[in-house]
Design a protein around this ligand. Structure first.
Ligand code: A2R
Length: 254
């Protein structure tokens, strides 16, 4: 920022803006915008897809057929059911709510933890991530990144989710403690996990690569459809255009 003395706007093409030093921008009068809402439904679809894929062993099943194990070894190991299970949502905001709506339709019970209890929602609220993990069978992380959420999902949360539990992260990588996750899966303290985001993308911890049957890995593609990426790009450019026209950008960050 300090190397760009004429800088007027930082238009982020994404909803997360933790990589921008907001105070440094604000103190120089620089506007920061992001692209909320237009990716909400897409990311929610993807979070639920990962939960289903882990529980019903979709990725493992594909591998099982390709490796010709079905014909040699017969039926593969059973999966876990979705309906009737409790889903803990860490971060019941725009995307968290869209996940909740979908999972209610799947017959799941919903609970959540935010820093603030919502008074517009009747889902049970939990004071912290551990108590949410204790209650939940399955657990989805959809909080923002940044220091406030770093390693919010640590070894104690993983143990609380438990050996039959599933952890899905479609928020930001650093929210989950990678090292603790690899050990929890290896030692059976956590059942399964599915990750779309990582602390140091596109690098993925070596430790994760051989955890094939317990961990699904994806290259940060929750919002990556043609429709949604086009909508995000359009909103990003509309913000820039509004700034250049001298009017207020459409979606400045709070
Ligand atoms: O904590 P609150 O009451 O502000 O609720 C927000 C929650 N949240 C947290 N929950 C627990 N501990 C924290 N340290 C914490 N920080 C934030 O996350 C809120 O319910 C939710 C975020 O919701 P929205 O601001 O509506 O964001 P949206 O559009 O759902 O996207 C969430 C994130 C993005 O920041 C990207 O990192 C990723 O999904 O794509």
């Amino acid at each position: 920022i300090s190397k760009l003395p004429q800088l007027g706007i930082i238009a982020v093409c994404g909803v997360g803006y933790e990589e921008v030093e907001i105070e440094a921008a604000r103190s120089r009068g620089i506007v920061v915008t992001n692209t909320p809402d237009v990716l909400t439904e897409e990311v929610a679809d993807y979070g639920v897809a990962l939960l289903l894929a882990a529980a019903r062993r979709i990725v493992a099943g594909d591998r099982y057929v390709r490796e010709r194990r079905w014909s040699k070894e017969g039926a593969m190991a059973y999966g876990q059911r979705i309906h009737g299970k409790r889903l803990g949502i860490l971060g019941l905001g725009r995307i968290g709510m869209a996940i909740a709506r979908r999972c209610e339709a799947f017959g799941m019970e919903i609970g959540y933890h935010n820093r603030n209890r919502r008074d517009d929602i009747a889902y049970p609220y939990f004071e912290d991530a551990v108590s949410l993990g204790d209650w939940a069978d399955y657990f989805i992380v959809i909080t923002p990144g940044g220091e406030g959420t770093r390693h919010l999902v640590d070894a104690s949360v993983m143990s609380a989710i438990g050996p039959e539990g599933i952890l899905v992260n479609v928020g930001r990588g650093p929210t989950v403690d990678d090292e603790a996750l690899a050990s929890a899966l290896r030692e059976g303290r956590l059942g399964l996990a599915a990750l779309d985001v990582f602390a140091d993308e596109p690098k993925v911890p070596e430790d994760f690569l051989d955890l094939e049957d317990k961990l699904i890995l994806q290259p940060h593609q929750a919002s990556a459809t043609h429709d949604t990426r086009r909508a995000m790009s359009q909103l990003c450019m509309d913000n820039v255009q509004a700034f250049l026209d001298g009017s207020t950008p459409l979606t400045p960050v709070p």
